[in-house]
Design a protein around this ligand. Structure first.
Ligand code: SAM
Ligand code: DTB
Ligand code: SF4
Length: 342
């Protein structure tokens, strides 16, 4: 399809396709054609989709907490928590529920509605699942949506997390299948898809996205979006991370990405996954406010909120409040049905 044809496509063309495994809602070529549009045409398309499905001035605030930091046996080339790289991140034990409760209460008081806990595991053991289930119950008790990201799940583990009240499981595809081998060697793309299947099968909502700026081509960015948008069911949450270059990792010296490429990726995620929360995720601290504003214009409607991501920095809460004020953006007031329970 020509770029002009893509620009004129009705915005609902691909959005009503039945969510079956056999459905290819978007081809890589179609998404690449979106990414190739003149910037203003792409943002116009994205804004139309965004406004048809969401309050254009509302952004979800999700707070992250690393509940088990460092010492991970995987070799993900971007990650400061891998044992393969000397990044200065020390391995720690899983946090206790009392400390998690305090962090969740502080996040709630600051206005967050979702609390996401990350663990630097390749794959949790069953006893780890029991301990994390306790943390999930704690977060739910505080009155926040609970999300965890623990690595690959085995059969039955997602069901146990669901039973504890888990709302979302985050597991990123990270990049295109044909770029994956350049970044990670210790597990396969298919392993990731299998974990997403298990999460979905247990009735837990899926949070899955990737990282931009690792040296991939535009076509490979389109291929990542195609993987996400063509999953049997579209993820409810799509984090788009900008690579945070961490000293000691193989990607520490990766050349800077043109920031407009990042904005284009947000727009493509918005157009292809209209109902999803598209999260402007890692990399905000390095990004500048004008680029963040363009991301919101392109359809991002969620951020990580709080001074820290997992091991690296994030804009402080005060700075985000000022930015929201300047842009007339408001956070989600609360999670429906959650405060009433307290
Ligand atoms: N160990 C689990 C896993 O890999 O599934 C969960 C934690 S892992 C840190 C979660 C995600 O954080 C990764 O999949 C990746 O997308 C993102 N991430 C990690 N390091 C990053 C970096 N330096 N820049 C941007 N995103 C990063
Ligand atoms: C996601 O997509 N990004 C978050 C969360 N899910 C777990 C993690 C970003 C990590 C950035 C590097 C760090 O702070 O260690
Ligand atoms: Fe481990 Fe996750 Fe980091 Fe990969 S991204 S090294 S699996 S903590």
């Amino acid at each position: 399809m020509s770029t002009a044809a893509v620009a004129e496509q009705p915005i609902t063309l691909h959005q009503r396709a039945a969510p079956t495994a056999a459905t290819e809602r978007w081809t890589v070529a179609q998404i690449e054609a979106l990414l190739n549009l003149p910037f203003n045409d792409l943002l116009w398309r994205a804004q139309q989709v965004h406004r048809a499905h969401h309050d254009a001035n509302q952004v979800e605030l999700a707070t992250l907490l690393s509940v088990k930091t460092g010492g991970c046996p995987e070799d993900c080339g971007y990650c400061p928590q891998s044992v393969h790289y000397d990044t200065g991140v020390k391995a720690e034990k899983l946090m206790e529920s009392g400390a998690v409760r305090q962090a969740a209460q502080a996040a709630k008081a600051a206005g967050a509605t979702r609390f996401c806990m990350g663990a630097a595991w390749r794959a949790p053991k069953d006893r780890d699942i029991d301990a994390v289930a306790e943390l999930v119950r704690t977060v739910k008790d505080v009155g926040l949506e609970a999300c965890v990201t623990l690595g690959m799940l085995a059969d039955g583990q997602a069901e146990r997390l669901k039973h504890a009240g888990l709302d979302y499981y985050n597991h990123n595809l990270d990049c295109a299948p044909d770029f994956y081998g350049d970044i990670i060697s210790t597990r396969d793309y298919q392993d990731r898809l299998d974990t997403l299947d298990r999460v979905r099968g247990a009735g837990v909502k899926v949070c899955s996205g990737g990282i931009v700026g690792m040296g991939e081509s535009r076509r490979q960015r389109a291929a990542l979006i195609a993987q996400l948008a063509n999953l049997p069911e579209v993820p409810e949450s799509v984090p788009i991370n900008h690579l945070v270059k961490v000293e000691g990792t193989p990607l520490a010296d990766q050349p800077d990405l043109d920031p407009f490429e990042f904005v284009r990726m947000i727009a493509a995620a918005r157009i292809t996954m209209p109902a999803a929360r598209v999260r402007l995720s890692a990399g905000r601290q390095q990004m500048g406010e004008a680029v963040q504003a363009l991301c919101f214009l392109a359809g991002a409607n969620s951020i990580f909120y709080g001074e820290k991501l997992l091991t690296t920095g994030n804009p402080d809460v005060g700075a985000d409040r000022v930015l929201f004020e300047r842009l007339g953006i408001h956070g989600r007031a609360s999670v429906p049905g959650m405060d009433e329970r307290l």
